[in-house]
Design a protein around this ligand. Structure first.
Ligand SMILES: Nc1ncnc2c1ncn2[C@@H]1O[C@H](COP(=O)(O)OP(=O)(O)OP(=O)(O)O)[C@@H](O)[C@H]1O
Ligand code: SF4
Ligand SMILES: [Mg+2]
Length: 383
């Protein structure tokens, strides 16, 4: 890409990119907006019926005027039924874009899934979300997959009472033609389920009358309104202080065992992952660098980035002068290098690291890592 020496694009170059982008995104949009698409085009088979979701080589790009941002660049992992998968990585590594791809809530037309599959297991049927048209997706969202957002104040409408907002969600997804009284009863039931004692009182309140923790409980109640099979929690406790955070995590754990839902838990906080997750996926610059069970990742971290993350986590009772911080910064997502994305920050390089991006290596049935340090050390190479 022709860039000026100061790193900025000329207006002409930017216009050319923008025109090219429009051509590409228009083609994607046309495909997605089609009506009466036959089911055979988007129904699929799960690779393993015990999985609720399977991400398979997902590529999600943003076609911006500065170039194509490779936000998610070949991500493969699964969320087993009834389990919590923690997705961890520093800001900008593609955690939210991965989950928004599953919900088909990417900012469009710039944001598009350009390659790969996301298989969603709904018991009788499995859908490939990447091929599912908008009109079908509307039905899947909320009914089967729902999302708890980071900032509860933005998820709630400040001018409506809590009860009205929850009622609306229930009515929107209602398949049983509930009466007004039945809808209200369900709202009250949900408020109780998320641990709100004064549910009748909260029903009549406005969001600003509630504390941050209470608001987040309401947002969780909203996400649970239709008993979703998959709950995506994107940094659900980041805006809360630590005591409230502990209560909300406790609540999510209780709800998970009560509803047998699967949870995809996104955070940059390893402490939270340790408390919540059965499996952990570590992302770096749009790719997965390591994944495994929580035990694999916490007891035997293998990738230098994961090891760095562990070292930068404060440990109670351990005295250190200064917490470790990983040097350097993430590469520019418009212009990714053709070697290991972590190489410029890595303090554990080996000879092979000057080669192409490393393949995924199996350290065990569950534990996978993409790093040359493990090449030929008893692991098996995948792909
Ligand atoms: N609407 C958008 N337009 C252009 N680029 C975007 C857009 N949304 C996300 N991106 C880019 O995609 C990359 C991944 O972003 P994402 O929001 O998934 O990061 P994240 O891992 O969720 O970070 P955080 O921890 O800060 O929430 C970033 O480089 C970001 O700049
Ligand atoms: S492949 Fe090399 S540069 Fe990349 S993380 Fe592993 S050791 Fe570091
Ligand atoms: Mg995010």
């Amino acid at each position: 890409m022709a860039k000026k020496s100061d790193g900025y694009l000329s207006a002409r170059e930017s216009r050319r990119i923008s025109k090219e982008n429009r051509k590409i995104t228009n083609a994607y949009e046309k495909q997605r907006k089609r009506k009466n698409v036959p089911e055979s085009e988007y129904l699929t088979q799960m690779r393993d019926p015990n999985n609720a979701v399977e991400f398979d080589d997902l590529h999600t790009y943003f076609f911006t005027d500065n170039g194509v941002v490779h936000s998610v660049d070949g991500v493969t992992f699964e969320v087993p039924i009834g389990k919590t998968v923690g997705v961890v990585g520093e800001s900008g590594c593609g955690k939210s874009v991965t989950s928004l791809s599953l919900m088909q809530l990417l900012q469009r037309p710039q944001g598009q899934i350009v390659q790969g599959a996301i298989r969603l297991n709904l018991g009788g049927k499995a859908y490939d979300v990447t091929k599912t048209p908008n009109e079908v997706m509307k039905d899947l969202r909320g009914n089967y997959v729902s999302m708890i957002f980071q900032e509860p104040m933005t998820a709630l409408n400040p001018v409506f009472r809590i009860g009205e907002q929850l009622n609306e969600v229930i009515e929107l997804h209602d398949k049983e033609n509930k009466t007004e009284a039945q809808v209200k009863a369900r709202t009250i039931e949900l408020l109780k389920l998320v641990g709100i004692a004064n549910s009748e009182g909260v029903y009549k309140m406005y969001p600003h009358e509630l504390s941050g923790g209470m608001r987040q409980r309401v947002v969780i109640a909203m996400a649970l309104a239709c008993n979703p099979k998959i709950i995506i929690a994107d940094e659900p406790t980041t805006a809360l202080d630590v005591t409230i955070q502990a209560q909300i995590l406790d609540l999510l754990r209780q709800l998970k065992s009560k509803l047998n839902s699967s949870i995809m838990f996104i955070t940059h906080d390893l402490g939270v992952i340790a408390e919540m997750a059965d499996y952990v996926v570590v992302m770096y610059a749009g790719r997965i660098v390591e994944k495994g069970t929580a035990e694999d990742i916490f007891l035997h971290p293998a990738h230098p980035y994961t090891i760095g993350l562990m070292a930068s986590k404060p440990v109670v009772g351990k005295q250190v002068d200064e917490l470790y911080s990983i040097p350097g910064k993430v590469p520019n997502p418009v212009n990714m290098p053709d070697y290991c994305y972590f190489r410029d920050r890595c303090e554990m390089c080996v000879e092979q690291c000057c080669g192409d991006y490393p393949h995924e290596i199996s350290l065990s049935d569950t534990h996978k890592v993409s790093c040359y340090r493990y090449d030929g050390k008893g692991g098996t190479t995948n792909g």
